[in-house]
Ligand binder design. Structure first.
Ligand code: DX5
Ligand code: ZN
Length: 230
């Protein structure tokens, strides 16, 4: 099975809460991954920042490869970097199953999305709260995932921006069920349900998981709130 298909198997199980390792203990990544696997997480969200596209630097290829060796869970890699097209192949080789690039960081989104699919990963496009949703017109057919940011990309622990809800509703009307709708930033027990009602299926949570002494309980609580009956 291709890594893209592997990532797309998550479709059978949403809603899914993905812990963002940005808030994990970087001195004990193995322990963190083991703890997360132990409480049944379905996938991991990894935030790559370059200090240029966003004013923060996190980690890159070597850490991704190390995580790949630690787990078989699908790796959802959120690239907050300039010129992501230069690195797609290397991030794939390092172990990404889904690669998401920011619409604000690419001049030719269709080319990059196609490039991601061509290497064998699922393709994602992300947009910041301040970015007009219309910027996605013309590339949605090449997306396996649309990531609606509910905080400006760059840091964990920021407050949820309500504008994300309108965007989720808008995108969910525009795309088929084959496309994942993901939301990232400020997701907690008071915001997750509104995102689910607005159409999100994948929910990234950093502080709401790692800030809790019991990851399992935090994830279960979030997942319960994310279930909306049709
Ligand atoms: C922010 C990152 C997020 C971040 C979310 O730029 O993309 O994934 O870790 O953290 P919380 O859940 O704390 O807002
Ligand atoms: Zn993220």
């Amino acid at each position: 099975m291709s890594r893209r298909d592997y990532f797309l198997t998550l479709r059978n199980a949403h809603p899914i809460v993905l812990p963002s390792l940005l808030s994990a203990d970087f001195g004990n990544l193995e322990r963190e991954v083991t703890r997360l696997e132990g409480v049944g997480v379905r996938a991991l969200h990894l935030d790559v920042m370059d200090g240029c596209f966003v004013p923060n630097i996190t980690f890159g290829l070597p850490i991704l490869s190390a995580l790949r060796r630690l787990t078989k869970l699908p790796l959802d890699v959120h690239l907050m970097i300039r010129e992501p097209q230069r690195y797609i192949e290397r991030f794939y080789e390092a172990g990404a199953d889904c690669l998401t690039v920011h619409i604000e960081a690419v001049e030719r989104p269709r080319e990059v999305l196609q490039q991601i699919r061509d290497v064998g990963a699922a393709s994602g496009i992300a947009l910041n709260p301040a970015t007009d949703i219309a910027t996605l017109d013309g590339c949605l057919d090449l997306c396996d995932l649309v990531l609606v940011m509910s905080v400006p990309a760059g840091f964990g622990g920021q407050e949820f921006h309500e504008v994300a809800l309108d965007k989720l509703r808008h995108v969910s009307r525009q795309v088929s069920d084959a496309v994942f709708l993901e939301v990232d930033g400020g997701i907690n027990t008071s915001t997750i349900r509104r995102c689910a009602v607005a159409g999100a299926q994948l929910f990234v949570a950093g502080s709401a998981v790692f800030g809790s002494p019991d990851y399992g309980e935090a994830l279960r609580q979030l997942s319960r709130l994310a279930v909306v009956s049709e």
